[in-house]
Design a protein around this ligand. Sequence first.
Ligand SMILES: Cc1cc2nc3c(=O)[nH]c(=O)nc-3n(C[C@H](O)[C@H](O)[C@H](O)COP(=O)(O)OP(=O)(O)OC[C@H]3O[C@@H](n4cnc5c(N)ncnc54)[C@H](O)[C@@H]3O)c2cc1C
Length: 352
Amino acid sequence: MKSALVILRNLQIAVQRSQQKTFDQILFCPIYHSPVQEAHCRKLWSSLQIEIPAAQWVSADQLPPLLKDCTEIEVAGWDCSEERQLFKGLNLDLQFLPQNRLYQSWDVTGVTSFTQFRKDIEKFIKKNPIEDGIAPYETAVNNHLHSYFYQKHLAKTYFETRNGLLHPDDSTGLSAHLSWGTLDVRYLWNYILDYEKAHGSNKSTYWIRFELLWREFFHHIGDSMQDLLFSRNGLKGPSDFTPPDPPDGALATFVKEPLMKAAWRQLSETGFLSNRMRQWFASHWIFADNLDWLFGAQLFEQNLIDYDVYSNYGNWQYIAGVGYDPRGGREFNLKKQLEMYDPQGAYLKHWS
Ligand SMILES: Cc1cc2nc3c(=O)[nH]c(=O)nc-3n(C[C@H](O)[C@H](O)[C@H](O)COP(=O)(O)OP(=O)(O)OC[C@H]3O[C@@H](n4cnc5c(N)ncnc54)[C@H](O)[C@@H]3O)c2cc1C
């Protein structure tokens, strides 16, 4: 009987599991589409090698022959149809390791909005504190947390700065660590509580946890939606999975708007956009240019270094108005938004 550990995401869980058990093979098979994403994976890989010396970096097409003789296969990553494509047709019995979440599963039957979900989960957490989670293996993650919270005390002003477009200190900058599982979200949750105990809580410190509940919301509704997460109609009506618009025409239309051209440049060069810019991007894509939200979501998937299947498709569906949203879509008025969040046009100057 041969065993293999396939690491797609959730690196800390994978490292932990590899230390508990001797596998015949440990295969790191990250999925990336752009050079920026690949560079990010390679950086992760070099830190991972310290923890799992026997692991090999493999591409998706190398997996089938390597797994052919394995009867026991554990997968650290997303348990969703997108990742399952990798193993399709191989007829393997896969065991999925835990996801990077506060709770592995949450019953969303009857949940119709984020607000309702948040209230339910906050009530539950009060009685059942979140378990500790795994402390970060990577020094870089520990340094980032220490600097953001205890050196710069940026958590104290997060609520006021979180809509900023340009400065790295405007928000926590932790999304890529959460997405790849180099930071356990349960650890982060309790880290914030500890910070609040030591330095006091305010609306800002609470709001970081509030945002983590958005992430949790999208994970659980994503689980419940299964393939409908990738359906053009989302929760509305019959599913439509036809392939998105041809890329060239859509992007060329989109970048005619200078701000969107600048956003596209930032995304393709860095693999990151602030939350506010992601919202404007999606809104402009869907409502101003009348483009297919599924193709927009795919563009993000292919470029974001913090790509998270649930948060990405969940947010796009939310803005398109085909997900769990009682208001039915979010169209942003760019002119007004810019007056509020970037009156001097600093973003455009920086990225055009
Ligand atoms: C169209 C669209 C697509 C998105 N795609 C992704 C994605 O693929 N991966 C991803 O991690 N986030 C995604 N987000 C959510 C959000 O934009 C990023 O998590 C955030 O900008 C990352 O920066 P940060 O870590 O500094 O966030 P902070 O503002 O510091 O927030 C702390 C953490 O809370 C979570 N969070 C914050 N806002 C959201 C949100 N709206 N939905 C879900 N989780 C949230 C993230 O884990 C984030 O790291 C998307 C948002 C939109 C509007």
